[in-house]
Design a protein around this ligand. Structure first.
Ligand code: ADP
Ligand code: MG
Length: 251
């Protein structure tokens, strides 16, 4: 088996009496989409935050390319190749599409104090941003105000921001949330191709999208992973059906 690019090793995290992550061990292998599913409040976003560095586990480790990054902050982990998109958008709505990508690229380079108008003349940064926009199909919208984009285009823009640091892995928290049928189909097609560039840990509620994309699925319930397997294994797992799939009517 190929070595995983990203792994968690026994991550545990409590908020007061609530154990939001219980001894979570999972990994992300080259070329794969690993979906993390589970009911609201199961602890999916909390786990992603601990992998990205915004929240420290009480115990356990996060490993990137075999290196222990548990004690590094978000910016250091981003520079080491952890790219992410958020459940709640972090875009600057009054800025243009291109400016948002440049700002993202700038954050990754750590040059956050440089003056914005000078930044927009930085040919290298703009080149990185333009390439990211082209990859998500937003080149034509580069000079639009971000507020004018459709919901689906904003989701694409968030992926473009993540692409600017050339990530080794992607963490995506509900990238299809709020998208219609067409937007979801577009995003599914896009993520399907993106996995060749870097594997994706994908939190998603849309089970059709999950079953279409995921090489492996882990099911999180009350902070604990109750099963990891292929789509077929997860569909057939009685515990999973009872805890999650049954109640959604998915099969
Ligand atoms: P999911 O993303 O699976 O819907 P979350 O990871 O957002 O779930 O939340 C898991 C649980 O942890 C929930 O019960 C939530 O209320 C709780 N939780 C998350 N973040 C905090 C926090 N900063 N302080 C206290 N409780 C939190
Ligand atoms: Mg969440």
């Amino acid at each position: 088996m190929t070595d995983p690019i990203l792994a968690t090793d026994g991550i545990t995290r409590s908020f007061g009496a609530l154990v939001a992550s219980k001894d979570i061990t999972l990994d992300l292998r080259p070329g794969e989409i690993h979906a993390l599913i589970g009911p609201n409040g199961a602890g999916k976003s909390t786990l992603i935050q601990q992998i990205a560095g915004g929240l420290r586990p009480d115990s356990g480790r996060v490993l990137l390319g075999g290196a222990d990054v548990t004690h590094l902050g978000t910016a250091a982990r981003a520079r080491m190749g952890i790219g992410r998109t958020f459940q709640i958008s972090s875009l600057a709505m009054d800025h243009t599409v291109l400016q948002n990508v440049v700002l993202g690229a700038l954050g990754h380079r750590g040059d956050v104090f440089r003056f914005f108008t000078r930044v927009m003349k930085d040919a290298e940064l703009i080149d990185v941003a333009e390439r990211a926009l082209a990859q998500v199909g937003l080149s034509d919208a580069r000079n639009m105000r971000t507020a004018e984009l459709s919901h689906g285009q904003r989701r694409q823009l968030e992926v473009a921001v993540a692409l600017t640091l050339n990530p080794r892995v992607f963490l995506m928290d509900e990238p299809m949330a709020g998208l219609g049928t067409e937007g979801t189909a577009q995003m599914v097609g896009f993520l399907d191709g993106l996995r060749a560039q870097a594997p994706i840990l994908l939190i998603e509620h849309d089970m059709d999208a999950v079953f279409a994309l995921a090489d492996r699925i882990s099911v999180l319930v009350y902070g604990r992973i109750i099963a990891t397997g292929t789509a077929d294994q997860i569909r057939a797992n009685p515990q999973v059906r009872e805890a999650y799939l049954g109640e959604e009517g998915a099969a």
